[in-house]
Design a protein around this ligand. Structure first.
Ligand SMILES: [Zn+2]
Ligand SMILES: [Zn+2]
Length: 275
């Protein structure tokens, strides 16, 4: 009924979407977890010296086991990519942040907790009228649900009701309006401290590769976190072209990012800088 993907396929799809939407490669690990049952996707990061360093994106096995439609799968992937991209470009990136909610609407991603669970689910039902009072992927949870409750409909006991199959009928829910209101009330300002430097130099080199092919500035220019993977890629590919594009467009960010690389990469960069 839905779309089934294997781990490799969701990894590829995520990397493709990061290129397509943000013109930036998502170079961090992408994993699938069978234990992650309460949320479909998760962007993991750590903070270092005021910067956000992405660690990985993890998806629930439930997202790709065939119960969800491809459009739902994509909307979850895009949601996690929006967390990542806003984080590395020094913008507010949490669920509920105005900037974040606006961004996921722009790219057609789902807002948090708006995806209806579907597929085979265990139920707890009213013992009198039989209406479904609760459903969960976990049989144990469905069986325990009625222990301390009576049904709202008939005030009767709640019992385990077996499994039902629910179709994926997810549509994107627009939460922007709600968030805009919250934003205005809180007078929310971006507070993230991220090393950013405005791009002031205009492109000077005209190559078959152009700077917009390798990196796209956010509203505050290019950040270190953003340029690091591009530098790594240039080293991997031994590409003088990429390095010269970075230096001619974003010299300050390039040299400041270079400082944090280890000896081996630094010496490779020294060689690639010589044109
Ligand atoms: Zn989220
Ligand atoms: Zn009832």
């Amino acid at each position: 009924m839905g779309t089934r993907l294997n781990n490799r396929e969701i990894v590829n799809l995520t990397r493709e979407l990061s290129k397509e939407i943000y013109n930036t490669e998502f170079i961090y690990p992408i994993t699938v977890s069978a234990r992650m049952t309460n949320t479909l996707g998760y962007f993991q990061y750590r903070r270092m010296k005021g910067q956000i360093l992405p660690t990985k994106i993890q998806f629930s096995a439930f997202l790709i086991d065939g119960r969800h439609n491809l459009s739902t799968i994509k909307s979850v992937i895009k949601h996690e990519l929006a967390h990542w991209y806003l984080a590395i470009t020094g913008q507010r990136f949490s669920d509920g942040d105005y900037v974040f909610e606006k961004e996921i609407k722009r790219i057609g991603a789902s807002s948090t907790n708006t995806i209806q669970s579907c597929g085979t689910m265990h139920t707890a039902v009213c013992s009198k009228c039989g209406s479904v009072r609760y459903r969960n992927y976990s049989e144990t949870r469905a069986k325990n649900y009625g222990k301390n409750r009576t049904s709202g409909c008939c005030g009767a006991r709640i019992v385990y009701g077996g499994t039902i199959i629910i179709e994926d009928e997810n549509k994107l829910v627009d939460t922007t309006e709600k968030v805009v209101k919250k934003h205005i009330e809180k007078k929310e300002e971006p507070v993230l401290k991220v090393a950013t430097i405005e791009a002031t130099t205009k492109p000077t080199i005209k190559n078959k590769l152009s700077i917009s092919d390798i990196i796209t500035p956010g509203p505050k220019g290019i950040t270190n976190v953003q340029i690091n993977p591009v530098i790594r890629k240039a080293v991997e590919e031994n590409s003088k072209e990429i390095i010269s594009l970075l230096i001619s467009n974003y010299p300050d960010v390039y040299y400041s990012a270079k400082k944090y690389f280890g000896k081996i990469i630094k010496s490779k960069l020294d060689k690639l800088e010589v044109s």
